[in-house]
Design a protein around this ligand. Structure first.
Ligand SMILES: Cc1cc2nc3c(=O)[nH]c(=O)nc-3n(C[C@H](O)[C@H](O)[C@H](O)COP(=O)(O)O)c2cc1C
Length: 316
């Protein structure tokens, strides 16, 4: 089953990206949005949920994600999101960054199944929407899953999204497919696979190895090659000029961030971030990246990118 989901990538897959992506590419059924952190108090300011404003999120179904270890804060934020019209809320149990994990959030909670148990018990009684979880295999070791799976199985979760690395692995090393298989067999919820789907061959390999997976989440591979979902659905065949489609998508990103951010410097920084991924799919990507990194103004950036697109025959 090819149910493809856009991964949450904070700083990248926000509403501007999601809308631009849907205007130019196909094949993604839904997105999990980058996390929103729960906050103290019972009042959620609209600015905290700016990226999830319903009017800006009509292009594709979106599941908001919460980073929290406090059930009361979680319930308050989740219910504010349900009031906006969201039906499923995702709990982030995967964030690997030490600053987050040290505060027992994200993957920092995985060595503490008792806390997760209490959190789920209280939260599921308090929220009106459905709850899903995005998790890694553990913080320090995949063995942590032995104690986590029975906890997850006790609750009526919508689904489990599993990125088969540990938290301390960050984004290095290989995904652990053996440990993923154990999760897939033992979890009683629908399971989504996430991690290193960077090309069609990898997708096909994983699809044949894990036929019972309920969905596939694509992150960095989709940023580097936004045609990837279409290639997965069509076994590699694409319609239309890739150069023109990619350039139009790029221009929509620049236009979207120019509206969102208060100054051109922020737009420039954001676009430089994207090129760390885009460049990987260009034959002379390193050279392009070097030039773009040096751009000191948005005007100069536009000139460089125009030359890059003019000189491209990478696909046709
Ligand atoms: C820059 C960046 C930001 C991320 N932000 C989030 C996030 O907000 N929430 C989350 O659950 N995962 C986040 N992740 C993890 C991704 O969703 C995904 O699990 C991971 O990148 C592995 O999938 P991939 O190999 O397809 O990218 C982030 C990853 C990166 C590289």
């Amino acid at each position: 089953m090819k149910h493809l989901i856009l991964a949450p990538l904070r700083g990248f897959t926000d509403a501007v990206f999601r809308n631009a992506f849907q205007s130019h590419f196909h094949g993604v059924e839904e997105a999990v949005a980058p996390f929103v952190t729960s906050i103290k108090g019972q009042r959620i300011k609209p600015s905290h949920l700016k990226d999830l404003a319903p009017d800006d999120n009509r292009a594709m179904p979106v599941v908001p994600q919460i980073l929290s270890n406090n059930p009361d804060e979680f319930i308050c934020l989740a219910n504010a999101l349900v009031d906006l019209g969201y039906r499923e809320i995702n709990w982030n149990l995967g964030c690997p960054f030490p600053m987050v994990a040290k505060k027992m959030r994200g993957s920092g909670l995985l060595p503490h199944p008792d806390i997760i148990d209490r959190m789920l018990d209280k939260t599921l009684h308090g929220i009106s929407g459905r709850l899903s979880i995005k998790t890694r295999l553990g913080r320090f070791s995949v063995d942590e899953m032995d104690r986590l799976i029975p906890v997850f199985n006790r609750y009526p979760l919508a689904r489990m999204i599993v990125h088969p690395r540990t938290g301390v692995q960050m984004y290095t090393g290989n995904v652990d497919l053996k440990a993923f298989q154990v999760c897939l067999t033992r979890l009683s919820h629908p399971v989504v696979y996430n991690g290193d789907i960077n090309d069609l061959a990898t997708f096909q390999f994983l699809e044949s190895g894990f036929p019972t997976v309920s969905g596939w989440m694509l992150g960095r591979g989709l940023l580097a090659n936004p045609f990837l979902p279409e290639m997965i659905h069509s076994k590699g065949r694409l319609i239309g000029s890739r150069n023109i489609r990619f350039e139009s998508f790029h221009d929509d990103l620049v236009a979207g961030y120019s509206c969102l951010f208060s100054g051109p410097g922020h737009v420039l920084d954001r676009m430089k971030g994207f090129w760390r991924y885009f460049a990987a799919d260009f034959p002379d990507g390193r050279q392009i990246m070097k030039q773009i990194r040096k751009a000191a103004s948005l005007g100069r950036y536009r000139q460089i990118v125009a030359t890059v697109f003019d000189g491209q025959d990478r696909w046709e």
